[in-house]
Design a protein around this ligand. Sequence first.
Ligand code: NAD
Ligand code: WQD
Length: 358
Amino acid sequence: MARRLRGIMDAMSTGENGRSRKVLVTGAAGYIGSHTCVVLLEAGWDVVGVDNFDNSSPVALERVAELAGRPIDFVEADLRDSAAIDAIFAEHDVDAVIHFAGLKAVGQSVAEPLLYHDTNVGSTISLLGAMTRAGVFDLVFSSSCTVYGSPDVDAMPLIESSPTNAVSPYGRTKLFIEEMLQDVAATDQPWRVLSLRYFNPVGAHPSGRIGEDPVGIPNNLMPYAMQVAVGVREELSVFGGDYPTPDGTCIRDYIHVVDVAEGHLAALDALDTVEGFEPINLGTGVGSSVLEVVAAAGRAVGTPVAHRIVDRRPGDAVTVYADPAAALQRLGWKATRDLDDICVDHWRWQQKNPNGYR
Ligand code: NAD
Ligand code: WQD
């Protein structure tokens, strides 16, 4: 398939011949993928999703279509199945790809590194091969602030040229993939790749219909705090109260998942201006401590979230937040929702769906 001309496309994502532009979204049923599909469909993009439901539910896709008021094409497949991915490109006139699919649990990646390399790196190799065969070279990739490792506090805020140093197998898969993307972008093929390094995506769609649905005990702060609030868990353990921060707890850059989704829409539109490979931080630039998050969650819920300070969690960085200036300059995007918006929306999702999609 010939690469699409971009100059004549209007803001409603109409391509040449007046047809809508189509994006292939891998990991479409997942947390960030589902929110991004809603934003893309609302903006006029046609979407074909692919997911193997390893960490997600088909119900999320039904709700995506319901929220957007438009259908979403979908193929259930494992990205490592090259023939299945070739078939998607053969059937659909794909202009660009957003690649979310992968595994993301840091602890599990330490226990099962080969699973992470096979799934995350293997899926990306399979996808890039299928894109090459189909002549589609526009890609937005889900990277992570984890590529910066555990930087010193005086390295904040992180810019895209800050040193990278992944400290877990999961983080290394993201770094390896970024390096692989740089390698393919350096060939004479016309690749245009934006690697979006998300900080801490949290929150849910304001409708309360889609949100994060972790399997088992949540590893991450926000879903754990919200499960305490809804009564699924008893008490939040705050990992460490003696860090060198104003209240002694770690600081992160929590970003609303709908802001992240809108960042992808902006990234697709900005691909025109990309030459080769470019990493961009998706963060707010604002750091919040664990206790500030717990307090905001309590405000949203209307009652304090039960918590207790316990030992530090091994491997946690003290303070991590983004410099989001490049995203504004290159994508014309910035986060517009704050920590209270995040907690209100996450709480609505949690209340309406105490057991997630199950
Ligand atoms: P998620 O687990 O909710 O979504 C990932 C989706 O990919 C799931 O629906 C899963 O079933 C699917 N998938 C996994 N392996 C697959 C395969 N081999 N073939 C097809 N589908 C497959 O995770 P998420 O939070 O939506 O994260 C999306 C992406 O963003 C991931 O690449 C993740 O590493 C990255 N990321 C997430 C965060 C975060 O905090 N959520 C932060 C930074 C980066
Ligand atoms: C946030 C803060 C914890 C749980 C992870 C991944 C990273 C990236 C973003 C994907 C920390 C504290 C947590 C709890 C707590 N994801 N905490 N009690 O570790 O910043 O980053 O998500 O790419 O790769 O590692 O997020 O939500 O786990 O922790 O006190 O029960 O909350 O110690 O300070 P983290 P998190």
